[in-house]
Design a binder for this molecule. Structure first.
Ligand code: FMN
Length: 189
């Protein structure tokens, strides 16, 4: 699998960097940073191939590059609006446009609170086009006693949506009220 992670300029860029931490080594990971150079240090040690947002001629700008799935974590309202309008003036927005035209999975994690009507309309438009709108909203039914556990839950949900196996959080099992170690959908025992 060839996975592209785009990190735009919303609050929570650290969560985008942490998204890389638990990925299986079998996944080829590409990263596009918007102008948040400060997170570069957090990518050190990762084997991801990093592209700059201004590199509009980089591989992810073309459908023929073969990205299988794209995630924008976090997704600023600015980047969200551009994607919703089909603007591809940076590598991040172009890569999202490529995912849309190639009918490949595109996950956006919009980070804003509260959302404006404009942002909500943009999200609804994209959702209707098949884009996964998955903001970093914590769940409260698992055992989250630390911020890290809460973040692992959110990252695990994103992995679920992208079909990436993980054991990042304990799943709700139903009537017993107990949770179980995570198994991705379709994951074998
Ligand atoms: C400290 C700070 C925090 C910000 N947090 C957010 C945020 O959470 N969500 C958002 O949509 N924009 C946020 N912004 C505004 C974006 O950074 C701004 O709209 C920028 O143009 C986004 O550029 P990009 O979409 O190319 O990354 C923040 C800006 C600053 C300076």
């Amino acid at each position: 699998m060839k996975l592209l992670l785009c990190i735009s300029g919303a609050s929570g860029v650290e969560l985008g960097a942490k998204f890389l931490r638990y990925l299986p080594e079998t996944i080829e990971v590409h990263v596009i940073l918007s102008d948040n150079a400060r997170i570069v240090e957090r990518l050190e040690g990762s084997s991801a191939i990093v592209h700059q947002n201004e590199q509009i001629g980089a591989g992810p700008a073309s459908g023929s590059f073969g990205i299988d799935a794209t995630a924008v974590i976090p997704c600023s309202m600015n980047t969200l609006a551009k994607i919703a309008c089909g603007i591809g003036d940076t590598l991040v927005t172009r890569a999202a446009a490529v995912a849309l035209k190639e009918r490949k999975p595109l996950l956006l994690a919009p980070r804003e609170m509260p959302f404006s009507p404009v942002a909500l309309e943009n999200m609804l438009k994209l959702s209707r086009l098949g884009v996964i709108i998955a903001p970093p909203v914590p769940g409260y039914y698992s055992d989250h006693d630390t911020l890290e556990a809460m973040e692992r839950f959110i990252i695990g949900k994103w992995y679920d949506l992208l079909g990436i196996e993980h054991e990042l959080y304990r799943r709700w099992t139903g009537e017993t009220g107990r949770t179980e170690p995570s198994k991705s959908p379709g994951m074998k025992e």
